[in-house]
Design a protein around this ligand. Structure first.
Ligand code: KIV
Length: 283
């Protein structure tokens, strides 16, 4: 474990005022959280992307609150000092302000989160405001919002036309006014991200595939390490091919067991002769 102090909202705002970019990664399990804690990643998002990366669905839509809580609890156990963000899954906040507050509260009470994130602009601002008014820090999410992938016409860059970009600028300001302490911009043009950041008064602008100008960067852990088998998006850099390392290890294991060269004496436990003789007598 690292011995850093707990990352809090003031820690994040201090980084912004010091001009230091914030690091943010997705994470869904205890061993990965342990490593991210050791690497002193500032923020961790238990994203509903776990539906795709961990559960093998084609989209994030089937993910439930129970899925999210179970994974978030595991991540908190592995990363006690990271700023932990729970991602509100599909239909955990869209139906009403009350539904949104109750489910956001579960992330805080049952999983030890520091904040929640929800997708959507002006149409979701009342949900976000309700959550913030209940004392729960909230992050907005604009641009490519995977829960609306069908309405958006697929996983594609958002805000390329002036009209669409204006809507995202307006939505960002609306979320900030509703109380969002941060807004994540996913897959928007770099200049749009910069413009929104410059117009933010007291709101941290985080980017995912939106260029270098944000207050910090988010990446999906599985994309960074070659762990998602279906595709690696352009916005992700592969920092190490763990998928390949694991695959080679699996093939080696299979061939050693087949050849009888695994296990070796150092991999098993013996028994004293007298105990074994006694056992045989007992049989
Ligand atoms: O679920 C998730 O990981 C996310 C990111 C794609 C931003 O919401």
């Amino acid at each position: 474990m690292s011995d850093r102090k707990k990352v809090t909202l003031p820690t994040l705002f201090k980084k912004v005022s010091d001009g230091q970019p914030i690091t943010w990664l997705t994470c869904y399990d205890y061993p990965t959280a342990f490593l991210q804690e050791k690497a002193e990643i500032d923020m961790i998002l238990v994203g509903d992307s776990l539906g795709m990366t961990m559960l093998g669905y084609d989209s994030t839509l089937p993910v439930t609150m129970e899925d999210m809580i179970r994974h978030t609890q595991a991540v908190r156990r592995g990363a006690p000092t990271a700023f932990l963000v729970g991602d509100m899954p599909y239909m955990s906040y869209q139906p009403s302000v009350e539904t949104a507050i109750r489910n956001a509260g579960r992330f805080m009470a049952e999983a030890g989160c520091d904040a929640i994130k929800l997708e959507g602009g002006a149409a979701m601002a009342d949900r976000l405001k309700g959550i913030v008014d209940a004392g729960i820090p909230a992050i907005g999410h604009l641009g490519l919002t995977p829960q609306s992938v069908s309405a958006l016409g697929g996983f594609r860059v958002q805000g390329k036309s002036a009209a669409m970009a204006k809507k995202i600028v307006d939505d960002a300001k609306t979320l900030e006014k509703a109380g969002a302490f941060a807004v994540l911009l996913e897959l928007v043009p770099d200049r749009l991200c910069k413009l929104i950041m410059e117009r933010a008064d007291n709101c941290i602008i985080m980017g995912l595939g939106s260029g270098p100008h944000a207050h910090g960067q988010l990446l999906i852990y599985h994309d960074m390490f070659g762990l998602y088998p279906k595709f690696t998006p352009k916005m992700a850099k592969v920092f190490g091919n763990a998928g390949e390392v694991i695959l080679n290890g699996l093939k080696q294991y299979a061939s050693e067991v087949t050849a009888g060269s695994f296990p070796q004496a150092e991999n098993w436990f013996g028994m004293k002769d007298e105990e074994f003789d006694e056992l045989k007598k007992m049989l």
